[in-house]
Write a protein that binds this ligand. Structure first.
Ligand code: HEM
Length: 546
């Protein structure tokens, strides 16, 4: 396969590198490939073995390693015999993620809960898109902006819980670890929308419980290399009782605790739905389990059109049968939702609290001061400074900046831009792109390492037309939520909850990075990129009540 791949791509890459006007030409290689294969190799061993990339993946350092290779070698590189990394929009993500390229087993090896795959892990398009159609409406922007329950959730979590807790901390005068604060409020937010307020977590007010959960969660993440990238070895060691050589026993216990927590919330949500249906009960505002009920009812509807109905003969029977299917999906949304949002917010808070960015904190505060209702989802969505600060943080500090692998189908090509021609790729090749590199393309994002919200504002451009053209191009390369059919289903909820949290905090407090309080703010270099931390600390901020 690898030789075939090399030959087929040789012509393509030579042609590719000759183009002077194509969208990806800014990445002309600085050195010729040493191999005669056409596609430059990230390391001399890459055409022969997976060792190079596995080494970096095992250390969660693959994202920067691949980025460095793209900077040296251009937009298409070989990272293992049958693995390519591609850093371009045309002839890259527009094709790979548009459909037809399936996910492979890298996702299902790790993201299967209760033995059942959520849609995120499903390798094939058919079952995935069927599931996504059942759910996506509950996360649509219009649904969220008009959602009374979400409005109540926002007021309860922010005005009644978060701001008073931060107020107490500000009075103490001690610096505050914000990574855990953001993890708690993001978890409470997403779980309240998924399961309903009465059934969700309340980690903002129960930090000890929250910390136990976050530590369990991070444990799961640190060891995911083994089942994901070395599935056969992991399974073999499991069968002979030696898995603890690579994954400590407490990781599995932590996984089980997380599954149990989510299942409890599902069961509580089910009671709410059933009580409502049976007794026409009046719900407390915000208590409806929005996402849970949506999927539960969609699956029931599907089952009721099948022969299953007779066999199970009751709604309870059907609910029981699909219990773990729903729970697996809810677990994935809740964890994906809280982890990514809290990472983004932590890096945003760090940037906003550094002395050189004082001006952005002041401009944000001025903008928020004009808001009539801090929980009006439509109103906060129209604030340009807030939008610019958040977009710039999602760009420079994407929470999932790492590889999103897909597998080439039969007769795959990378697609053609007006000035590039791409040859056919053999099937079964793992191709991947990464937001980290797409977001650092210097001709699209000048001074890419600089956190500069003004690139998202008209004031930085000579004319409105120039601004609009730049925005269009930046948005083509913006990949914090992925793209295509597998794009993040929760992106609108994430944008809303992060904006609501930012508005709540910076309308009530000023923040400054405490002395040495940002030393740990370096991204981990794997699929997910939380801060690495230092001495168990991540981001300590001094809080000043306004
Ligand atoms: C800053 C916040 C967020 C970021 C940066 C983010 C990013 C992403 C990305 C990049 C993907 C595609 C991953 C891949 O294919 O490898 C994804 C998928 C997904 N995200 Fe998010 N996400 C965020 C928030 C959320 C929230 C709040 C939820 C749910 C409440 C959520 C639920 C999901 C789900 C279920 C998928 C799988 C979608 C599918 O299979 O079609 N995410 N997210």
């Amino acid at each position: 396969m690898s030789v075939m791949l090399s030959c087929v791509l040789e012509a393509q890459n030579k042609h590719h590198l000759r183009q002077s006007t194509c969208a990806i030409s800014a990445y002309q290689p600085k050195e010729e490939s040493t191999a005669e294969l056409g596609i430059p190799s990230a390391h001399w061993s890459a055409p022969l073995s997976r060792l190079w990339i596995l080494f970096y993946r095992s250390r969660e350092e693959d994202t920067p390693a691949i980025h460095a290779a793209h900077e040296r070698l251009g937009p298409i590189i070989r990272i293992a015999p049958d693995e390519l990394s591609i850093n371009s929009v045309d002839g890259g993500i527009r094709t790979i993620y548009a459909g037809g390229y399936e996910k492979g087993d890298w996702y299902s090896n790790m993201f299967t809960n209760y033995g059942v795959m959520p849609m995120f892990a499903m390798p094939n398009h058919g079952p995935h898109s069927k599931r996504k159609r059942m759910i996506s409406n509950i996360y649509a922007k219009t649904t969220l902006q008009n959602s009374q329950p979400l409005n109540v959730i926002s007021k309860t979590l922010l005005d009644d819980r978060l701001i008073p807790r931060l107020g107490d901390m500000a009075k103490d005068g001690k610096s505050v670890e914000f990574y855990w604060i953001f993890a708690a409020v993001a978890m409470d937010f997403v779980s309240a929308y998924v399961f309903g307020l009465g059934q969700s977590t309340n980690y903002v007010q129960a930090p000890i419980e929250g910390d136990k959960f976050f530590q369990d969660y991070k444990a799961r993440q640190r060891y995911q290399f083994w089942p994901q990238d070395m599935p056969r070895l992991t399974s073999f060691l499991g069968k002979v009782g030696l898995q603890s050589l690579i994954i400590p026993a407490w990781v599995n216990r932590a996984n089980r605790d997380i599954e149990a927590l989510i299942l409890r919330m599902c069961d509580k949500a089910e009671k709410v739905v059933q009580n409502c249906e049976c007794q026409n009960e009046k719900l407390e505002e915000g208590s409806w389990p929005n996402v849970y009920a949506q999927l539960r009812n969609a699956l029931l509807k599907e089952a009721s059109t099948k022969a299953d109905l007779e066999a199970l003969s009751s709604v309870e029977g059907m609910v029981q049968k699909q219990r773990l299917t729903v729970a697996s999906e809810m677990l994935d949304h809740t964890l994906a939702g809280f982890d990514t949002s809290s990472i983004t917010l932590t890096f945003l808070a760090w940037e906003l609290s550094r002395p050189e960015n004082n001006i952005w904190q002041a401009r944000l505060r001025d903008e928020i001061a004009n808001l009539d209702d801090k929980h009006d989802a439509k109103a906060i969505d129209t604030l340009p400074i807030l939008q610019a600060i958040l977009m710039e943080s999602l760009r420079l500090h994407a929470a999932i900046p790492g590889n999103q692998p897909r597998i080439t189908p039969a007769n795959a090509t990378l697609g053609a831009s007006p000035d590039t021609i791409f040859s056919q790729l053999p099937p079964g090749v793992r191709v991947q792109s990464q937001a980290w590199s797409l977001h650092r393309h210097p001709s699209v994002f000048p001074k890419p390492e600089h956190w500069d919200p003004s690139r998202w504002l008209p004031e930085s451009y000579p004319s409105q037309d120039a601004f609009e053209a730049a925005q269009k191009e930046m948005l083509r390369w913006f990949w914090a939520f992925g793209s295509g059919g597998r794009m993040c289903v929760g992106s609108n909820l994430a944008m809303y909850d992060m904006k609501a949290i930012i508005v709540a905090i910076w309308s009530s407090f000023g923040t400054k990075v405490a002395e040495r309080g940002g030393d740990g703010m370096v991204h981990r270099g794997g699929y997910v990129a939380e801060p690495v931390g230092k001495d168990g600390k991540f981001l300590e901020l001094a809080l000043e009540a306004l």
